[in-house]
Design a protein around this ligand. Sequence first.
Ligand code: F6R
Length: 615
Amino acid sequence: MCGIVGYIGYRDAYPIVLKGLQRLEYRGYDSAGIALFDDKELKLCKTKGKVADLKEKLENEIDTSGTLGIGHTRWATHGVPNDVNSHPHVSNSGNLVIIHNGIIENYESLKKELIKRGYKFHSDTDTEVLVNLIEDVIKKEDVKLGKAVQIALNQTIGAYAIAVFDKAKPNEIVVARLGSPLAIGVGEDEYFIASDASPFIEFTNNAIYLEDGEMAVVRRNKGVKVRKIKDDSLVDPYIQELQLNLEQIEKNNFDHFMLKEIYEQPSAIRDTYRGRLLAEEGIIRMAGIDDNLERFLNARRIVIVACGTSWHAGLVAEYVFEDLARIPVEVEYASEFRYRNPIINSDDIVLAISQSGETADTMAAIKLAKEKGAFVFGVCNVVGSSISRETNAGAYTHAGPEIGVASTKAFTTQITVLTLIALKLAKAKGSISNTDYHMHLQELETIPQKIEVALKQNDHIKEVALKYKDARNCLYLGRGFNFPVALEGALKLKEISYIHAEGYPAAEMKHGPIALIDEEMPVVVIATRKGHYEKVVSNIQEIKSRQGKIIGIVTEGDTSVRDLADHVIEVPDTIEALTPLITTIPLQLLSYHIAVLLGKDVDQPRNLAKSVTVE
Ligand code: F6R
């Protein structure tokens, strides 16, 4: 939530900060702002709306010169999105300028104190309180900016990634993080600050990722000094070489990041299993599991914690783990788990799934599980993210950057990793026959190519989308391994087209939701020729008798559903446990096309942000 970016060096800061904000816009996009300093004058521009609105306003209003700049793209927490609440915020003296991603939970009590001491506030934000608190420390204690930031942060409760500068000392930017990510790009005599490395990738491959509870003073020409916020101890910063390239973060020839990422799934899945899946030899190599195999084999149960799409991947994993590896699994919303005093023991394994690796609820669930003595295993996409560092062991999905707010390739690569784990454990436990094991491995290797075939249905899916784009509601049904896919299909439609959609296990219809069916109701049914096929066909018949409009996701060559459904979308056949990897594809494309036809902002749907770092 919220993207922050900064530059200090010898180049013009404006184009770097602006481009950086465009790349970070997936983190929040209800308002944006930039502050520039050119050795004489502070130039500030902020606005409600997107970075494009900021650019237009800013280039008309202010001179954009200056080699120091900070910028912010916001997902509102405290105070509605408007010009005043947008960041950067300036202290009462006009000297200190701050950007902030996170929440200062005790801002009201701090604000009351500051008001008593004569401070005035113009916005409703917690951030304006923080910048004045820092100013107050400078005045009271007569300390430099770095020290003042440290003292002020030690008085706060909450989460933050901040960058702050003092226009009276324009050779340094002070940054700090707790609970929200912050990377420092290290160039030759220049430094970049950002929520992730994408804003500075064309300038440097070297980055310092601050750890939670660390702050840094970044000095023009003089390097970066990192210390712990709590006890002031100096930290030797680890400069990491980035693996990111520009191609991965550009749209290339696609209209939207979401479409690009849907089409990237075959290669993303290949990247996920490369070096891990040796189908010929019948081997799955995963260091995080190999190193902890005994623990997994002796686990009483696996408790999966995640949010949103990652939670749906967790539900697929429940079916796969229990079916193949015979290990009991429970899947919990991280946001519920963290507050419900769950029973967790040291022989439980908690498996946390997160694309961003920054989701606040998932992070809190992990901390709670660790406190209760559980071993926590992470499945994350973003390398070096907070969750990947907090967990005891883990496996990356290697999907590459996912920029569209609606998750697509993260979901299928999470399922791939989780399936590899389940198969590895099944083999080690002896709960799968040799023949079945080898069959699953070989079939998994063919999935990317089968997804390529499924993607060829794109034009047909677009025609179906045209027919149903004006629907007010939509139901998604699936059974077994494909029940979580139905939930995921409904979530995709809701979040990017704003059409109300629900996913159900097909057999649950008769217990209530069937009352919703009439000739206006499109029902997407996953009816591949595996598992409970005949039962799903009966469910389709029940919907048909009530005039519902049926869109069937079927196995190539299917005729039974074709006779009943209004439309069918064919996908290649595969082993039952692997069907979610393929049936998901048409559902992603269907929601994409409906949203595009409705003129919605597919990559940046309203009210959402990619990485949910607030609870
Ligand atoms: C939906 C979506 C969200 C995320 C959820 C968890 O398309 O993207 O539901 O899946 O916010 O995010 P991560 O996986 O980053 O923890």
